[in-house]
Design a protein around this ligand. Structure first.
Ligand code: 5GP
Ligand code: SF4
Ligand code: MG
Length: 465
């Protein structure tokens, strides 16, 4: 998901709408904005579909006045299978005796099912099926006197991955979980302040990037000034390495490092680890593009656009059902036949999950007359589900959970298939020594099975680590 908040600018919701538009790649199912206006109080709008189709219309935006607003773009993760209901669309809002508070959450809480059960037993009435709603109910039960303190109480009780943006009548608040699994950055725009999942959504309004909210940090912005506190016990950070590979936009800066540069460097590492003789390096657009550029540069093999993407389709993976996802490949990608015919082609993609994308692309490329097809993948084999906010299928549907690399190559039906090593990926992400197995700098559980937070709810369901 993507989250965004603005304080101290007239009609803050308009800036939030622009920010969410720049974060649309993080969630395309639905979006919502809550604003606060000293005269009219809190207002909210939640809609299915793209930001540009909803939060540009005067009949929606005119209902969201005021100098303070937060928003959310949603993509449903493992916790909430099936179609999203409008009641699951964030931000969530709670009205307490000490005032109202809205929250927008990116990530996934790994103990939400257990918490929900306890809260319901003690009288909480849930409105949605979302893990994030626990935060509101935990706040309601807190005895703290300020909403900011209640948020701390609530977030100390939850486990898993959370970047949260919250707002009260006077405050904009940002928090990252102790491991900092999901991103969150701070920006300034004139007299106003901005919080955003990614820097690309600061750029869109012309805001200046100040810094990241640090793992385990809470920032509170009120009356034009920012204060910082540390609600949690300190822990070594474990940012999601898949944000670097796929999820974030390549024009964003994470922890001071360009996502594009990391992805290009993955391609360089891949070319060193897994060279092959060929005539052409082609990205599977868009997510494989920077790595393909790096691969071509390092190998000296010409880069070409052998696959053309229809710009009017979204991200296939984020389509919620298998059926739509299967169709999605053809709706979204087509082969540039004139370029491919007779060539030995290296295809660079970001990841292989179920393998459906790779298999269909291979069919299309061979159909267009390619002489050989070699897949090079910018992440290690995805062998474990993510429980921290990226939608991966259950283990049995992950190709790499049941097959060796050679078996995957044969199943996809290509001449060769190679994945970057975990060490290579770490090097590309700026860790010159590779992955330190005793203290890895990133979360890489979907590749390594090393889960930095025990997935309590899943373990209770019988998941085997
Ligand atoms: P597959 O067809 O192997 O199941 O999916 C792999 C494709 O899904 C890749 O092309 C990748 O770009 C795309 N993808 C989109 N979103 C995600 C995601 O959240 N996780 C993973 N692992 N791949 C994703
Ligand atoms: Fe990211 Fe994978 Fe960890 Fe999930 S399991 S947070 S996708 S690195
Ligand atoms: Mg892709």
């Amino acid at each position: 998901c993507g989250i965004y908040g603005v304080i101290g600018l007239a009609n803050a919701s308009n800036f939030v709408a622009l920010g969410l538009h720049a974060l649309q790649h993080r969630g395309q199912e639905a979006g919502g904005i809550v604003s606060y206006d000293p005269e009219g109080g809190f207002n909210s709008a939640r809609r299915f579909g793209y930001v540009r189709d909803n939060f540009t219309k005067p009949d929606v935006m005119d209902t969201l006045p005021g100098p303070l607003a937060i928003g959310h773009v949603r993509y449903s993760t493992a916790g909430s299978k099936g179609a999203t209901a409008i009641r699951d669309v964030q931000p969530f809002f709670g009205e307490f005796a000490i005032g109202g508070c809205a929250i927008a959450h990116n990530g996934n809480l790994t103990n939400a099912a257990a918490l929900r059960k306890q809260l319901i037993e003690r009288g909480s009435i849930f409105q949605s099926s979302s893990d994030s709603e626990c935060i509101i109910h935990l706040m309601a039960r807190s005895i703290q006197k300020t909403l900011a303190e209640r948020i701390k109480d609530a977030l100390r009780a939850v486990e898993g991955a959370f970047s949260v943006i919250a707002m009260t009548r006077t405050k904009l608040i940002g928090v990252r979980d102790p491991l900092g699994v999901r991103p969150l950055v701070i920006g300034r725009f004139g007299e106003g302040w901005v919080l955003s999942s990614e820097t690309c959504a600061l750029d869109i309004i012309g805001a200046e990037y100040i810094r990241d909210v640090e793992p385990g940090e809470m920032v509170v912005i009120e009356n034009g000034t920012l204060s910082s506190s540390r609600p949690f016990a300190p822990a070594p950070s474990r940012f999601c390495i898949f944000e670097q590979v796929y999820f974030s936009r390549p024009d964003s800066i994470i922890g001071g490092r360009s996502v594009y540069e990391t992805r290009r460097q993955i391609g360089v590492e891949l070319a060193r680890e897994a060279p092959v003789e060929a005539d052409l390096v082609c990205p599977v657009p868009d997510s494989g593009t920077p790595a393909a550029i790096g691969y071509a540069h390092e190998s000296g093999i010409p880069y070409g656009m052998g696959i053309i993407r229809n710009q009017y389709m979204g991200r296939t993976f984020i389509e919620p059902t298998d059926q739509i996802r299967n169709m999605g490949v053809r709706l979204k990608l087509n082969v540039n036949r004139a370029l491919i015919r007779g060539k030995r082609v290296i295809l660079v993609d970001d990841s292989v999950v179920r393998g459906t994308t790779s298999r269909k692309i291979k069919d299309m490329i061979l159909d267009a007359g390619a002489a050989e097809v070699h897949f090079r993948i910018a992440s290690p084999p995805t062998a474990w589900p993510c429980f921290y906010g990226v939608d991966t299928p259950e283990r049995s549907k992950l190709l790499a959970a049941t097959m060796s690399e050679d078996e995957m190559r044969d199943w996809i039906g290509v001449d060769s298939l190679k994945f970057i090593s975990l060490d290579g990926l770490y090097r590309a992400a700026g860790e010159a020594a590779g992955r330190d197995p005793k203290a890895p700098r990133f979360c890489d559980a979907c590749f390594s099975g090393d889960y930095p937070v025990a997935p309590a709810d899943k373990l209770a369901e019988g998941f085997q680590m």
